[in-house]
Design a protein around this ligand. Structure first.
Ligand SMILES: [Fe+2]
Ligand SMILES: [Fe+2]
Length: 475
C-alpha cells in the first residue's frame, strides 16, 4: 500500500486502475488542473529544472526522492497513509465503533463542507504566492518556494480525490469549483479570509509559511483523527509534507533576523531608518509583519463559540489536536472551557461548554505551538547581544472573526478606544511604507550560491546538499 505507482497517468497508491469510473473522472479533471497551474501557478517558471522532492512511499522514514524536475512536469498524485487495521472512531457519539470507509449518509453534507474548505486553501496559497519567484533571494529559496507550491497543488489533489471517490456528482462539481475560485477575487474569492490576502514579498511568504501553514498543520491534525478513514489517511500523509513548509517559514524569518542582527552588531546602528539605508529589514518591521500574519491566521480557526464545531466533533468527523493522546472521555459533554469576552471595557474569562469552544481549543493549541519559533528567533537576537525581543500579540488583537470582531485590542491585550487604535496602529501592523520598503529590497538573485543582502544563507542546504548547490537550472 505504501508504494506509489508512477507508471499510470495519475501516480497513486490507492489502486486507481481497479476503479475505471473514478480513474476516468480524475483523468478528466487533470487537464483542468494543469490549465489552472499554467494560469495561477508560479509565474515565469516554465522550463526550469528544479531540485524537488517527490513522494515515493508514504512511510514516515524516507518517503521522498530528490532530483531535478522540469517545471511544470511535476507528477501530482494521490497518496494515502497506510490503512490501520481495526481502527475505531476515537471520539464523539460514535466512539468505539469501526471507522467508516464510506461516507455515512447523515454526515455527508458536513464532511463535504470540511473537505471543500480544506481543499480550497491549497490552490489559494499557490495563487497568493505566484509572483514570488520573480524576486527570490537565492536559488535555494526559489527551490523552497516551488517545493511548497507543488505540494500545495498535491494537497488539492488529495481533497479532490475524496470528493470524486466519495461524493458522486456534487463532489465532481465541488472539484471543478476548487479550480474556479481565485484568491482575492471580488466576485469569486477563496472561502477563508487569510487566503484572500496578498503575499507580496518574501518576508510575508516566510510569515505565511510559519503561521498560516501551521494553521494547516492543526486543521490536518484534527482531520487525521476523523472517523471517516479515507480523510484521516490522506491528511496524515499531508502532514508529513506540511512540516517542510513550516520549516521554510521558520528558517526564513530566522535568516532575515540573523542578517539584520549581523549588520546591527557590525555597525552599532539600532535606528530602523538608518538600518534601512543599509538594506536590511529592521526588527520592528519584522514584528509588525508578525502581528499581521499571526492575527489574520488565528481568525482561520473560526468563531470562539461554534455549534458547527460541536457537531463536527460529536459526529466523529473532526477531532482535537492529538485527540488520542488526551486522557479525558473524548465525549466532552458537561466539560467547560474558558474563553475571553469583553465586559465593561475589559477582557474577562468566561466558562462555556467545551463542545462549543472546540475552535478555541484548537486555536489555543496553535498559539502554544507558534510560540516555539518566536522563542528560537529571539535566541538569534540574544546571541547577537541585542535587547530587542519579538512577541506574539495578544490573541484578541486585530481579530475579525468571533467575539473580538469589531473590538479594538492592543497587542498587549488591553481593550482600547478607536482613537488609541488609530494613534498606534502604524506601530502595530505593517504599514504601506513598511511594505514598500520591503518590496524595494526584493530583487531576483539567480547566481548559484549567491544570497540577497537582506537575508543570511541557510546553515545547510536541502537534502544535505551544499548551500551553493545548483538548486535551479534556469535553462
Ligand atoms: Fe497544504
Ligand atoms: Fe502547506
Amino acid at each position: 500500500m505504501s508504494n506509489i505507482d508512477y507508471s499510470s497517468k495519475i501516480p497513486n497508491n490507492v489502486n486507481l486502475q481497479d476503479d475505471r469510473t473514478l480513474q476516468r473522472a480524475l483523468e478528466g479533471w487533470l487537464p483542468n488542473y494543469l490549465d489552472w497551474w499554467q494560469d495561477m501557478g508560479p509565474s515565469g517558471s516554465h522550463g526550469f529544472d528544479v531540485y524537488l522532492r517527490t513522494a515515493t512511499s508514504t512511510t514516515p522514514d524516507g518517503w521522498a526522492t530528490f532530483g531535478h524536475v522540469k517545471m511544470p512536469d511535476y507528477r501530482w498524485g494521490i497518496f494515502l497513509a497506510a490503512q490501520e487495521a481495526e481502527r475505531k472512531v476515537n471520539f464523539g457519539e460514535h466512539k468505539g465503533e469501526a471507522v467508516w470507509q464510506d461516507v455515512p449518509g447523515e454526515h455527508r453534507a458536513n464532511l463535504r463542507r470540511i473537505i471543500v474548505t480544506q481543499g480550497d486553501t491549497e490552490p489559494a496559497s499557490v495563487e497568493q504566492q505566484r509572483h514570488l519567484g520573480n524576486t527570490a533571494p537565492s536559488q535555494y529559496d526559489l527551490r523552497n518556494l516551488f517545493q511548497v507550491n507543488v505540494e500545495e497543488g498535491r494537497h488539492l489533489w488529495a481533497m479532490v480525490y475524496l470528493l470524486h471517490k466519495h461524493f458522486g456528482r456534487d463532489g465532481r462539481e465541488e472539484a471543478e469549483a476548487l479550480l474556479e475560485r481565485r484568491s482575492g477575487d471580488a466576485d469569486n474569492p477563496r472561502i477563508l479570509g487569510a487566503f484572500n490576502e496578498e503575499t507580496p514579498d518574501w518576508l510575508a511568504f516566510f510569515m505565511f509559511t510559519y503561521f498560516t501553514d501551521r494553521d494547516g498543520k492543526f486543521q490536518l491534525n484534527a482531520l487525521a483523527e476523523s472517523g471517516f478513514d479515507p480523510l484521516a489517511r490522506t491528511t496524515k500523509f499531508m502532514l508529513t509534507e506540511e512540516a517542510h513548509h513550516m520549516f521554510v517559514g521558520e528558517s526564513g524569518v530566522s535568516r532575515v533576523i540573523q542578517r539584520t542582527c549581523a549588520v546591527m552588531k557590525e555597525t552599532g546602528i539600532e535606528d530602523p531608518a538608518e538600518l534601512r539605508r543599509l538594506g536590511v529589514i529592521d526588527l520592528p518591521t519584522i514584528q509588525r509583519y508578525l502581528n499581521f500574519h499571526y492575527s489574520v491566521t488565528i481568525d482561520l480557526f473560526g468563531a470562539d463559540q461554534s455549534s458547527n464545531a460541536a457537531i463536527f466533533y460529536s459526529s466523529g468527523l473532526k477531532g482535537r489536536y492529538e485527540e488520542t493522546k488526551r486522557t479525558d472521555d473524548h465525549l466532552l459533554k458537561g466539560d467547560g472551557y474558558k474563553i475571553l469576552e469583553v465586559k465593561d471595557g475589559a477582557l474577562v474569562e468566561k466558562e462555556v461548554p467545551m463542545l462549543n469552544a472546540l475552535n478555541e481549543v484548537l486555536r489555543d493549541d496553535f498559539i502554544k505551538d507558534s510560540a516555539g519559533g518566536v522563542m528560537r528567533w529571539n535566541k538569534v537576537i540574544e546571541k547577537a547581544g541585542l535587547s530587542f525581543r519579538l512577541t506574539l500579540p495578544h490573541k484578541a488583537f486585530n481579530r475579525h472573526i468571533g467575539t473580538f470582531a469589531g473590538i479594538r485590542v492592543s497587542p498587549d491585550g488591553r481593550a482600547i478606544s478607536e482613537a488609541e487604535w488609530a494613534l498606534n496602529v502604524n506601530d502595530w501592523l505593517a504599514t504601506e511604507a513598511d511594505r514598500a520598503y520591503v518590496a524595494s529590497l526584493m530583487g531576483r538573485v539567480v547566481e548559484t550560491g549567491k544570497y540577497a543582502n537582506w537575508i543570511a544563507p541557510p546553515p545547510i542546504g536541502i537534502n544535505k546538499q551544499p548551500i551553493d548547490f545548483e538548486y535551479i537550472r534556469f535553462n
